[in-house]
Design a protein around this ligand. Structure first.
Ligand SMILES: Cc1ncc(COP(=O)(O)O)c(C=O)c1O
Length: 368
């Protein structure tokens, strides 16, 4: 029986499940459920937190130093950069700014689990477009789903949780099909892990003057290993970002996060070396799984996808029993983050026993 709410809550909010986080891991388990970076923070980053004194003072509301630094780096103006407490908070701000009751937001599904909630919280209606074969975006179907009620489209490359990228050519062909005044959010939370040269890159390959409706989201949570500090950024047209700034909860980016992000940019070469190690580990993991008989979609983030279907919860329990906390999506599949080197062998050992038990013709298995 559900408990009565003692006050009146918007019905669409009351019906929402609260955000569920990937499980925490015990001391002898690998936590492979939240696409985090397995490396400890760099000493210089830890030191930067110590250096940031003055927690009795509010932070700089616009994180100006970080905005300027990123603007310089990507050849844009500081007003074309917006910092948020994680890129997910910027996505929320954009949804609130662009879409309200009666409006629609189109996005691929399955994709990042926060999308439906953020659209519903804005009061708008989610329009979920099933993934195409290969667990890739079906951009033709997404373009066809755009109507005069659509206020935003979200494209996620690489797609969380399935892994494939959208190519630059596909993205540009998609933009050519949709109205030029429709907000397109290109969520590139895992961009740094991408090794496919054809992948879309909203910051270095896209002509920004021709695509003023595109806002690119990036984060320090994944490649830079700052998930716990909550800092992400958007790059896009100043007036669109002004609208996001208007719907933001003021002062939510702390001075510590800003400082740690700046220090991480100073140490970028070292951090990106770690990213290359993780991407290579991902490729080894995906290849090992394919060799066992799994049908693994193109994996370009720091995670791999097992299409376990009806067997998902059983398979996730098997991983957990053997010390790997993974992220199950009931009835659909399991996402496994690329963690410590020692986790690879353990994941492969458990995965082998699961795939051996899947029936012939199961969607998670490669056709013999
Ligand atoms: C596709 C995608 N976008 C955005 C985020 C949010 O990242 P953060 O808010 O930590 O920047 C995530 C986190 O898992 C993600 O998978």
């Amino acid at each position: 029986m559900t408990e009565d709410v003692p006050v009146r809550i918007r019905p669409e909010i009351a019906a929402l499940p609260p955000y569920r986080q990937g499980k925490q891991a015990g001391a002898d388990s690998f936590k492979l459920s939240s696409n985090e970076n397995p490396y400890e923070p760099l000493p210089t980053v830890v030191e930067s937190l110590r250096r940031t004194v003055g927690v009795n003072r509010y932070p700089d509301a616009t994180a100006a130093r970080l905005r300027h630094r990123l603007a310089e780096r990507f050849g844009v103006l500081p007003d074309e950069v917006h910092i948020g407490a994680g890129s997910v908070s910027i996505l929320s701000q954009l949804m609130l700014a662009a879409a309200g009751p009666g409006d629609e937001v189109v996005y691929p599904w399955r994709s990042f689990e926060a999308y439906p909630g953020l659209v519903l919280i804005a009061g708008a209606t989610p329009v979920e477009i099933p993934l195409a074969p290969g667990a890739r975006h079906d951009l033709d179907a997404m373009a066809a789903a755009v109507t005069d009620r659509t206020r935003a489209v979200i494209v996620c490359s690489p797609n969380n949780p399935t892994g494939p990228i959208v190519t630059q050519a596909e993205f540009e062909a998609f933009l050519a099909k949709i109205p030029s005044d429709l907000l397109v959010v290109l969520d590139e939370a895992y961009a740094e892990f991408v090794t496919d040269p054809d992948a879309v890159d909203g910051l270095t390959k896209l002509g920004r003057d021709d695509h003023r409706n595109v806002v690119v989201l990036r984060t320090f949570s994944k490649a830079y290993g700052l998930a716990g500090l909550r800092v992400g950024y958007a790059i896009g047209h100043r007036r669109i970002l002004d609208a996001a700034r208007s719907t933001a909860v003021p002062l939510s980016v702390t001075a510590q996060s800003e400082e740690a992000a700046l220090t991480s940019l100073d140490a970028e070469a070292e951090l990106l070396e770690r990213v290359r190690t993780i991407s290579a580990r991902r490729d080894r993991l995906a290849a090992g799984l394919r060799a066992q008989g799994w049908d693994i979609p193109e994996a370009q983030g720091n995670f791999v996808w097992l299409a376990t279907g009806e067997q998902t919860m059983d398979a996730a329990a098997r991983f957990e029993q053997d010390g790997c906390i993974v992220r199950p999506f009931t009835g659909d599949g399991i996402r496994i983050s690329v963690g410590e080197e020692e986790s690879v062998e353990r994941v492969l050992r458990i995965a082998q026993s699961i795939v051996d038990g899947l029936p012939e013709g199961h969607a998670g298995r490669r056709l013999a």
